[in-house]
Write a protein that binds this ligand. Structure first.
Ligand code: DX5
Ligand code: ZN
Length: 216
């Protein structure tokens, strides 16, 4: 089973963002996780399209864009044009999720749905066959550095079964509070992609941490 790592640049050094992108380029990371917050869906604002355009100029890894924004439909095309390889929208933020997913896929971009910690996996039953990835939040979205919510392991196992039952190669990504301990258990439960922000960028040797996560 695929085991990938996606460092989140939410915890990068914004005064030297280019250095941290180059660090990810050199590392064993598989994606660059890019957290977009609108101050409405989540109680925080991060960065958006102009920053993604700049990151895309130097990034050598696919850009995994996590949209924590309400009604994202009108912003899908600008994010695709800015360089997104994967676009994740929140189940809780889309009125017509099926339409939004088709819209993302119409550009040849990989489509993913994110579930907040309180949102049951079963709600994906009638859309899972359309998805390239599901992102499970293991913290409430909006901030880096929060404590991992342990109920996520159960959700990963349920989702793994749902995906395997239909013979899909949809990936399971988990976001929030990932470290060596939680990451190992997540991979064992059936997750494919670990997002890690503060565990990577608050360490003395981010490249070694990325490599360590890959080898869990
Ligand atoms: C939170 C973001 C995460 C965040 C994770 O809303 O979606 O991607 O960067 O941060 P850590 O790994 O520090 O929990
Ligand atoms: Zn994220």
């Amino acid at each position: 089973m695929k085991r990938l790592v996606a460092p989140s640049i939410l915890s990068a050094d914004f005064n030297n963002l280019g250095n941290d992108i180059e660090l990810i380029n050199r590392s064993e990371a598989d994606y660059i996780h890019f957290d977009v917050m609108d101050g409405v869906f989540v109680p925080n604002i991060s960065f958006g399209i102009p920053v993604l355009q700049q990151v895309n100029k130097i990034a050598l890894k696919p850009l995994d864009v996590h949209l924590m924004i309400v009604d994202p439909d009108h912003l899908i095309e600008p994010f695709v044009k800015a360089g997104a390889s994967i676009i994740t929208v929140h189940y809780e933020a889309c009125k017509h999720l099926h339409r939004t997913i088709q819209h993302i896929k119409s550009f040849g971009t990989r489509a993913s749905v994110c579930l907040n910690p309180h949102t049951p996996v079963e709600l994906l039953q009638d859309i899972i066959h359309e998805l390239d990835m599901v992102l499970l939040m293991s913290v409430n979205p909006g901030f880096g550095g929060q404590e991992f919510i342990h109920n996520t392991y159960k959700k990963v196992r349920q989702l793994r079964k749902m995906i395997d039952d239909i013979g899909s190669d949809c990936l399971i990504e988990v976001d929030g509070g990932v470290n060596y301990e939680t990451g190992k258990k997540l991979f064992e439960a059936g997750a494919n992609v670990l997002v890690a922000g503060s565990f990577v960028f608050k360490s003395k040797d981010p490249e070694a941490i990325i490599s360590g996560l890959k080898q869990l």
